[in-house]
Design a binder for this molecule. Structure first.
Ligand code: SF4
Ligand code: SF4
Length: 505
């Protein structure tokens, strides 16, 4: 008997979210192009929140493409691989993309122009025969992380003890302008499915569905053709309405399965794991060619770019190389954004390196993105709560942020805000709510940490007082005969008895 489907192949249009001008066709008319080999790469050792690596190479060392060059600070696992061959020029702090000016320790490699592969870059064997734990270990050592933007370690997502009955391979790239996942599915659909199959094995799960948006007909057709050729009954396609932010992990899980990821939880808590389509392709690449994660596809687009296109670039390459591969700038005073216009972050310049999180370089011509305009008081129209995909009350949250009321922010579930920007987008008073919420989330985390430290200090103080009270009581009660004293008394008694008997034995 066929098992009932765990997901809806064509879920209804969500009530939340906004319909934004997708502007994806700007960069989808040309196939993916490979950026020229960079002359230098800069590989950050800061891998994400609370995840740091330390170099296992030194300046002057020769490294091959794909050679491990850094391992996790907390463990022996290699997680950063050289993306080109050449000499390590330096290990020093360098600017990296991120909110505001950010600097991190980086390994700088000067290319020798040869792109010589490391001898270990060979397939580890048929993934269908490797144990799940071995698959996860190889994925971790290859430095593969979520390429949808979150850069969460893929192997960690595939591990864990909670049972999983569905893998969602997320190709529902909903943010305007970004088309790297769509182009990947169009050009490398079989690779995406192959990666999905390997991840199913690593998860111990037997159902995967690739989610695409309704405005990606070419990607859907390519996937369908690959599925027909593949004939693996465990794999399927689902189509979600093109509405921002339907491709958000939580939103996608809910749309496809009706399961609600608990606040502060993960899809795994409801039996689901989500992986991006580019992550699936990277996993396939690792097991078919032995190549770890050394490159990614980046959408280089916007009115400030001459020939918007998707560029396959080595990790650590300067963004300026990608701009050159897309024909260069159309004008001098452009705004650079990493990501899309809704959730992207402004960049200080194009000398920053491509990282695993760089899904898009948006080069906006003057006036292309909406400028910040003065806001007006909230008129309580509730438009923001109507579109909020996290079902929050943004207008109430704004008041709690203004009054810096941590308890109220907790009650209103500030942490569930995914910073999607939908509330800003619809607000008739032109209030900028999302940056306020993002800042409040940082403050709220600091507040919670303070509370945790205060609780720990109180527990320590209470434990100390209890110890002191016990010591005082012992002192007041007088010394108790200890075991050694009792043993000595017993021995003397036995000697006395022997002497009385006069047996000498
Ligand atoms: S959309 Fe703007 S004006 Fe309307 S309730 Fe929300 S914050 Fe207030
Ligand atoms: S930014 Fe936060 S509050 Fe605003 S719509 Fe998105 S999830 Fe809701």
């Amino acid at each position: 008997m066929n098992q009932p489907l765990l997901y809806n192949r064509q879920p209804p249009r969500p009530a939340w979210g906004v319909r934004v001008d997708p502007r994806k066709t700007l960069s989808t008319s040309e196939p993916i192009v490979a950026a020229p080999l960079p002359t230098q790469v800069q590989l950050p050792l800061e891998l994400g929140p609370e995840r740091r690596a330390q170099a296992v190479v030194a300046p002057g060392d020769y490294v091959y493409t794909g050679q491990p060059v850094a391992r996790l600070e907390t463990g022996a696992r290699n997680v950063v691989c050289a993306s080109i061959s050449g000499r390590v020029a330096a290990i020093r702090p360098g600017p990296i993309p991120g909110p505001g000016p950010r600097v991190a320790e980086c390994i700088v490699i000067d290319s020798d122009g040869q792109d010589r592969r490391h001898a270990d870059c060979v397939p580890a064997g048929d993934p269908a025969r490797l144990a799940a734990a071995r698959l996860r270990e190889l994925i971790a050592q290859a430095g593969i992380v979520g390429l949808g933007g979150a850069v969460f370690p893929t192997a960690d997502k595939l591990g864990g003890s909670q049972p999983v009955d569905l893998l969602i391979v997320n190709g529902a790239e909903c943010e305007p302008y970004i088309s790297c996942d769509e182009m990947l599915m169009r050009e490398r659909a079989a690779q995406v499915l192959d990666g999905a199959r390997i991840m199913l094995r690593a998860l111990g799960c037997d159902r995967a569905v690739v989610a695409v948006e309704s405005d990606m007909p070419a990607a859907r057709l390519a996937l369908r053709a690959a599925l027909d050729a593949d004939r693996d009954p465990r794999l399927d396609i689902a189509e979600v309405t093109a509405k921002y932010p339907a491709g958000g992990e939580r939103q996608l899980v809910e749309l496809l399965t009706g399961r609600e990821v608990p606040a502060g939880g993960l899809p795994r808590d409801v039996g689901i794991v989500c992986q991006n389509v580019a992550t699936a392709a990277a996993v396939s690449e690792l097991f078919r060619t032995g190549c770890p994660l050394i490159s990614r596809i980046v959408t280089v687009t916007g009115g400030g770019i001459l020939n918007p296109v998707n560029v396959e670039a080595r990790l650590g390459a300067p963004l300026a190389d990608l701009v050159a591969a897309a024909g260069g700038y159309t004008t001098t005073n452009c705004d650079l954004v990493m990501g899309g216009p809704m959730m992207g972050m402004a960049l200080a310049g194009d000398r920053l390196p491509v990282t695993e999180a760089t899904n898009c370089l948006l080069v906006a011509a003057p006036g292309e993105l909406s400028d910040a305009q003065p806001g007006y008081p909230c008129i309580r129209c509730a438009e923001c709560s109507r579109v909020c995909p996290a079902r929050l009350l943004p207008q109430e949250l704004l008041v709690a942020c203004d009054t810096q009321d941590p308890d109220r922010l907790e009650q209103l579930h500030l942490d569930a805000c995914i910073e999607c920007g939908c509330c800003d987008y619809v607000c008739p008073s032109r209030l900028t709510l999302t940056p306020v919420f993002a800042q409040a989330k940082i403050r709220q985390r600091a507040h919670r940490e303070q509370q945790r430290q205060a609780r720990l200090a109180q527990q320590r103080s209470e434990a100390r007082n209890a110890r002191l009270a016990a010591a005082e009581k012992r002192y007041a009660d007088g010394p108790a005969p200890d075991a050694g004293e009792a043993a000595l008394t017993d021995l003397l008694a036995r000697v006395e008895q022997r002497d009385e008997r006069g047996d000498g034995g």
